[in-house]
Design a binder for this molecule. Structure first.
Ligand SMILES: [Zn+2]
Ligand SMILES: [Zn+2]
Length: 209
């Protein structure tokens, strides 16, 4: 993103910088049944658009838009598009950056960058031969919560280790309302709170310890 683009972002010329996001594996075909407020889109009306800021397709609920709801429009983040490594401060738009583990069964990371800033990340261990995957930790910056970043990060991990090939679990969940709220709205195809490590993961952990 160029300097002039940055100042336009600051002035809000491209729209609000805190537009909610939702994950997708096929942006063009993504026409959800309900908007972020729960309206039936078939009744409320859907408008497809494009976010210059995020460089993604958007969907708008016409009813929410008429009601001037700030959550009327959301950006569709294609979680199948993941880049290797750090794209740095000039990694404009919205992007997923992947840091694979150094050893089999080790912990890798996916981070979400929006307008140059890393807003959240997820740590995961996956072992292909054993078909196991453990979500270690998912984190979103405190001032950027309730926008869907956690959902995008979770969907991105499930692209790397699909539930059809991996048995998923998570480490013990933190005992907080926010953590509960997150896990109660997302679909997780595995066991929450009880990690199931394979011997490769244990060995990789021991090496690091
Ligand atoms: Zn709506
Ligand atoms: Zn293994």
């Amino acid at each position: 993103m160029s300097d002039s683009d940055d100042s336009k972002v600051a002035r809000g010329e491209y729209g609000p910088v805190d537009t909610p996001v939702r994950p997708t594996t096929n942006p063009r075909a993504e026409y959800p049944a309900r908007c972020l407020r729960g309206h039936q889109m078939q009744v409320a009306g859907t408008q497809a658009g494009w976010s210059v800021l995020d460089h993604t397709e958007t969907r708008t609920c016409r009813l929410c838009s008429c009601l001037r709801d700030p959550r009327a429009t959301w950006s569709l983040v294609d979680v199948t598009k993941q880049q290797l490594g750090d794209t740095g401060l000039h990694g404009g738009h919205i992007r997923l950056e992947v840091f694979p583990p150094a050893v089999r069964g080790g912990v890798g990371r996916i981070q979400l960058r929006r307008y140059g800033r890393v807003v959240g990340d997820v740590d995961m261990a996956a072992c292909g031969p054993c078909g196991r995957a453990v979500l270690e930790h998912i984190r979103v910056d405190e001032d950027c919560r309730r926008r869907g970043y956690g959902r995008v990060l979770l969907a991105a991990t499930l692209v790397r280790a699909p539930a059809s090939q991996f048995t998923w679990s998570t480490t013990k969940l933190a005992d907080s309302v926010e953590v509960q709220a997150f896990w109660s709205v997302v679909e997780f195809p595995g066991t929450l709170g009880t990690p199931s490590y394979c011997t490769d993961m244990q060995r990789a952990n021991d090496t690091l310890a």
